[in-house]
Design a protein around this ligand. Structure first.
Ligand code: GRF
Length: 200
C-alpha cells in the first residue's frame, strides 16, 4: 500500500475526485495520507479535513528562497513517509530537492492535450483562453510524471474533450475537469501505485 500526498493550492476539485475514487475502492493500491496546501485557507484543506485526511500548509511566503520551500516540502513528505506525490492544482514548480527525492513518483494533471497549450505561463483559465483563441475543435487533459521540464515529463494518460461553439474559458474549464481531469487523475494514481508496488 503506497502512501499518497496530494499537493494543492486552491479549490481542490481534483483532490475531491481522488478522495471519492479512494472511498469507492478505485485506488486499492494507495491511501491518501496527507494533503499539503501552499495557501492557508484553500478550500481544498476543508475537503481533506472532511475526509479525515491530515493537512499541512507549506506557504512559499514563509521561506527566504525557493530552495528552502522545496526542502521544507521534502522534509514534510518524508516525515509522513510518503511514497508518491500528486500535484492537483498546485501552483508552484518543484525544485531539484523534490525531484531527486521522488524520481518518477510525482504526478501532475494539466488541463490540455500536452504538448499543446502547456509550459511556462499556461495555467488555470489561461490554458482554456488560449485553446479558444486558437479555434481548435478539441482539447482535453493530460496526466504526466513530473521532471525538470515544465509539463514535459512522460505522459501516462490523456483524454480528449470537445470544444463547443460559444464556450467561454470558464465553461471549457468545467467540461475539461468533469470529463477528463476527474476521470484520469484517479486512474493514473492507481496505475502508479501498482507500478511502485512491483518495484518494491
Ligand atoms: C485544474 O484544472 C488542474 O489541471 C490545474 O489546476 C486546476 C485545479 O483545479 N493544474 P482544482 O483545484 O483541482 O479544482
Amino acid at each position: 500500500m503506497q502512501n499518497i500526498a496530494v499537493l494543492v493550492s486552491g479549490n481542490g476539485s481534483n483532490l475531491q475526485a481522488l478522495l471519492d475514487a479512494r472511498a469507492q475502492g478505485k485506488i486499492p493500491g494507495g491511501r491518501i495520507a496527507l494533503v499539503i496546501s501552499s495557501r492557508p485557507g484553500a478550500y481544498a484543506l476543508s475537503r481533506a479535513e472532511q475526509a479525515g485526511v491530515p493537512t499541512q500548509v507549506v506557504n512559499p511566503d514563509d521561506y527566504e528562497s525557493r530552495l528552502e520551500f522545496d526542502e521544507a516540502l521534502c522534509e514534510m513528505l518524508q516525515d509522513f513517509q510518503i511514497d508518491l506525490v500528486v500535484l492537483a492544482g498546485f501552483m508552484y514548480i518543484l525544485g531539484p530537492a523534490m525531484l531527486q527525492a521522488y524520481p518518477n513518483r510525482i504526478l501532475n494533471v494539466h488541463p490540455s492535450l500536452i504538448p499543446a497549450f502547456c509550459g511556462d505561463g499556461f495555467y488555470g483559465l489561461r490554458v482554456h483562453q488560449a485553446v479558444l483563441e486558437a479555434g481548435v475543435p478539441e482539447t482535453g487533459a493530460t496526466v504526466h510524471l513530473v521532471n525538470e521540464v515544465t509539463d514535459g515529463g512522460p505522459i501516462l494518460l490523456q483524454k480528449k474533450v470537445a470544444v463547443h461553439p460559444g464556450d467561454t474559458p470558464e465553461t471549457l474549464q468545467r467540461r475539461v475537469l468533469e470529463e477528463a481531469e476527474w476521470v484520469l487523475l484517479p486512474q493514473a494514481t492507481q496505475q502508479l501505485c501498482e507500478q511502485l508496488e512491483h518495484r518494491q
